[in-house]
Design a protein around this ligand. Structure first.
Ligand SMILES: CC(C)(COP(=O)(O)OP(=O)(O)OC[C@H]1O[C@@H](n2cnc3c(N)ncnc32)[C@H](O)[C@@H]1OP(=O)(O)O)[C@@H](O)C(=O)NCCC(=O)NCCS
Length: 178
């Protein structure tokens, strides 16, 4: 799929595992009401991994505002993954990313994957790999020369998922309560 084009259902199929058909497309304003609960599911999952990631009471409103801002920001990429068949027209996952300048390093622009989430039934069927591939292409098209991923260090799913796709840690954020 090229971002900006609606490419129709895309069979995710590899020699190594089961497949599940997915329709990946740029998110629109109309998706915001369904993306908000998915984004919050991800943040609540992260909360389970780390008490310093306690979800705020107004997270719902924050998510809505953030997604709306992303959708009108040319430096952002938000892709919605729709199911097919019984899940046709149902958003079953998404990926959210942004292009950021790196003032001190080459390449000058990085594409940062901020959130990636699939409903449990869609996991471990290489749909995540497909999302990663497509968001990377979209970020590259926006000028990114490197792709990075931000996720909680304690989120073992993310650690393994990205490591399997060749990502390695380059910076770390360490925290302690005040
Ligand atoms: C992260 C996510 C998008 C990956 O999508 P996916 O379709 O499951 O991933 P793929 O099928 O392409 O790749 C599977 C690999 O991801 C990792 N992985 C996925 N789910 C995992 C789990 N529950 N536990 C450990 N590793 C897991 C493993 O490396 C796995 O490879 P394996 O099956 O050989 O062990 C999806 O699992 C998800 O939504 N997880 C919950 C949300 C989350 O943690 N997001 C990342 C933080 S931003």
């Amino acid at each position: 799929m090229s971002v900006g084009n609606d490419s129709g259902p895309h069979p995710v199929s590899t020699a190594e595992g089961p497949s599940v058909p997915i329709h990946l497309r740029p998110a629109t304003e109309a998706d915001v009401p369904v993306l908000v609960p998915l984004l919050l599911r991800l943040k609540r999952l992260n909360e389970e991994f780390d008490p310093l990631l306690k979800v705020r009471e107004d997270a719902d409103e924050q998510a809505r505002n953030l997604l709306k801002a992303n959708l009108s920001d040319p430096k952002s990429v938000v892709l919605s993954a729709e199911g097919v068949g019984a899940d046709k027209d149902k958003v079953v996952g998404f990926v959210r990313a942004v292009v950021r300048e790196r003032p001190f390093y080459h390449p000058e622009f990085e594409g940062v994957i901020l959130d990636i989430y699939l409903l449990p039934l869609y996991r471990r069927r290489r749909v995540g790999e497909y999302l990663l591939h497509e968001v990377s292409a979209a970020l590259k098209a926006k000028g990114a020369g490197v792709v990075t991923a931000e996720f909680p260090a304690q989120n073992e799913i993310a650690v393994r998922f990205y490591a399997k796709r060749g990502f390695r840690p380059i910076t770390a954020i360490h925290a302690r309560s005040l």
